[in-house]
Design a protein. Structure first.
Length: 277
């Protein structure tokens, strides 16, 4: 028994340890020193000041996976700042899965903005407030992406489930490998309270932090995909009744915008994925 358990455990620990190292998994791509990898690769920070923001991207491209990252957002008066954390492929018909955190005045809630682009087309915004202060501690933001679902999760609670509805003519992201990107930038022309509240540069630099990255994912390399773990966990995963109940709780209590109920915006009719199956 012990001889069977030990190698499995060792293998699991190795995979987890390597997945968490920012030096191995990411490149800081812009910001002229404002993005930093610290603590032997265990921590990454992005900063924004009046001259520039900063950003990073994954070395790997992924085609499906369960991808977790812990973020601690810009504290205090973060109005005007946006921390974007997303998966994206490239080109005019790209696919994209977005988390964007829109800052706010001290004491006012962050907005978590989500979107899904398929074949270059987005316009699928859903926005939430959070049930905790996302600047006090690290919280886990996850994307479960398999051939049937893109599920957004916050600390394990599903908040959004974009289902494969190719049968209704809605494109689903399933053939374009995506990288992970993140950036911290100034968007005070629109981000906070519709652009009315501007960035207070006397509070700069603004900093967001990242740790405990984990990708249980299929890595794309020269035209083939290889999965670094037992993909069966997440490959067939969908929301069970508890998951659906949790998602209903999050949407009923914390969702502040849903494109699927915005009849004014879609006078010709809501997008096809909005009608309940
Ligand atoms: C900021 O706070 C206001 C007031 O509580 C809220 O309506 C808004 O959704 C918050 N988020 C942003 C990004 O403006």
């Amino acid at each position: 028994m012990a001889s069977l358990v030990f190698p499995l455990l060792a293998c699991f620990l190795m995979a987890t340890a390597s997945a968490g190292n920012f030096y191995q998994e990411f490149d800081i791509t812009w910001g002229d020193g404002r993005g930093k990898i610290l603590d032997n690769g265990q921590l990454l920070t992005l900063a924004l000041d009046k001259a520039s923001g900063s950003g990073f991207q994954s070395k790997n491209e992924y085609l499906f996976g369960k991808i977790d990252m812990q973020l601690k957002l810009v504290p205090g008066n973060s109005a005007g700042t946006v921390t974007a954390y997303y998966l994206s492929s490239q080109g005019p018909t790209h696919d994209e899965i977005d988390f964007e955190f829109l800052g706010n005045l001290s004491g006012e809630p962050y907005t978590l903005h989500t979107n899904v682009f398929t074949q270059g087309k987005g316009n699928r915004e859903m926005q939430f407030h959070l049930w905790f202060n996302p600047t006090e501690d690290f919280h886990t933001y996850s994307i479960l992406w398999n051939p049937e679902h893109v599920i957004f999760m916050v600390d394990g609670t599903p908040i959004r489930d974009f289902k494969n509805m190719e049968s209704k003519g809605v494109a689903f992201p399933k053939s374009q490998p995506m990288r992970i990107y993140s950036s911290l930038w100034n968007a005070d022309d629109w981000a906070t309270q519709g652009g009315r509240v501007k960035t207070d540069w006397t509070k700069a630099p603004f900093t967001a932090s990242y740790r405990n990255f984990n990708a249980d994912a299929c890595i794309w390399s020269s035209g083939t995909s290889s999965c670094n773990s037992q993909k069966s966990d997440w490959w067939n995963q969908e929301l069970d009744s508890t998951g659906q109940e949790r998602m209903r709780w999050a949407q009923e209590n914390y969702m502040i915008y849903n494109y699927c109920t915005d009849l004014k915006r879609f006078p010709q009719g809501l997008p096809p994925e909005c009608s309940i199956a």
